[in-house]
Design a protein around this ligand. Structure first.
Ligand code: GLY
Length: 336
């Protein structure tokens, strides 16, 4: 991940044939002015603005099709670049369109939410939903290879530019959403950062110093397993129940991940001997900061939803659990 200040020179260096700026109706009002103030190149090059409605329910094939149509109408070619300015929905959609439009144009992510900065915008996963099923189709988008015949570490770092000024546009709940993803990454990868983070207050200024360490951990894991066949799966800690909770209670993704981490920690104590005292501190952090739905009571409906998760093979449900902090393991269970 690079800092926003480097975007100007990156755009000048790359000499794209055209720039396209993808925003939603929130980021166009709240974030675009902050971006344009800093990056003259976008205004000077008269970037074409593509605006979509906000919200997870708009992360559809039909929205992707509209973006593609607009790119075609503006005569985008393979040397064009799409800059995606927004949270996970915008960067997932922008990344998806970039990876398929004329078989691939360059995509740059400029995340505006804490979830995006710490997780969603990093690692090349793109997706759209179909019939309400999250991320049913998507790609791994590691950018356009020019002249390189060998895939290198750098190729797996898609272009993400960080500007923490966008955090001022977020609500407390949106910050909490990002905190859940940061906590997840630290729990699967770094005990020292986990402890420090659990002791920090949940507020904008306090979380800023954790964004880059979190992004660096994710980039390292992605570079080891770009196509999500091994260690990258550990980044789904808390997501198995989390995705089901998101659908069932209609909670935000980050809040649902916090609930999923709570459940996965309980399972980790039960199935993997995760140290109970450590679990207690993390469970308390979640209970204090997030409202927990009665997931125990609803577990049979949630189990049905978990079985539909695309990552599950046959009838078993795959959970990423922890033997200890920074020691993830994959556990398949028939019955939760
Ligand atoms: N959000 C998990 C991953 O990118 O693999």
């Amino acid at each position: 991940m690079e800092k926003i200040e480097q975007l100007q020179s990156y755009l000048q260096k790359k000499q794209f044939s055209q720039l396209f700026l993808l925003v939603d109706d929130n980021t166009s009002v709240n974030c675009m002015p902050i971006l344009l103030e800093k990056i003259d190149e976008i205004t000077d090059r008269q970037a074409v603005l593509l605006e979509i409605p906000h919200g997870e329910e708009k992360k559809t094939v039909s929205t992707a099709e509209n973006i593609i149509r607009s790119l075609a109408q503006s005569e985008a070619d393979r040397d064009s670049c799409l800059l995606s300015l927004g949270g996970g929905v915008v960067t997932d959609l922008g990344g998806f369109v970039s990876s398929v439009f004329k078989r691939g144009i360059e995509n740059i992510n400029i995340p505006t939410t804490l979830v995006g900065m710490a997780d969603a915008a990093i690692g090349g996963k793109t997706a759209v939903n179909i019939d309400g099923i999250k991320n049913l189709i998507g790609t791994f988008n590691f950018g356009v290879l020019k002249n390189d015949s060998v895939l290198s570490y750098d190729v797996f770092k898609n272009k993400v530019f960080l500007d923490t000024d966008f955090l001022s546009t977020l609500s407390v709940n949106q910050i909490k959403d990002g905190v859940a993803e940061i906590l997840k990454t630290f729990l699967v990868a770094d005990e020292g950062l986990s402890r420090k983070f659990l002791d920090s207050p949940i507020e904008k200024n306090a979380v800023v110093p954790y964004i880059e360490p979190c992004a660096t951990i994710k980039e390292r894991i992605v570079s080891q397993d770009p196509y999500d066949r091994g260690i990258r799966k550990s980044l789904n800690f808390g997501h198995t129940l989390g995705h089901a909770v998101e659908m069932f209670y209609n909670l935000s993704h980050g809040h649902s991940v916090a609930v999923g981490i709570h459940y996965a920690l309980d399972l980790s104590v039960k199935h993997c001997n995760f140290p109970y005292e450590k679990a207690k501190a993390i469970l308390q952090f979640i209970e204090i900061n997030y409202e927990l739905p009665p997931y125990d009571k609803d577990i049979s409906q949630l189990t049905d939803l978990m079985r539909q998760d695309k990552k599950n093979t046959d009838e078993k449900i795959n959970f990423i659990l922890l033997e200890d902090i920074a020691k993830p393991c994959l556990v398949s269970v028939y019955q939760v």
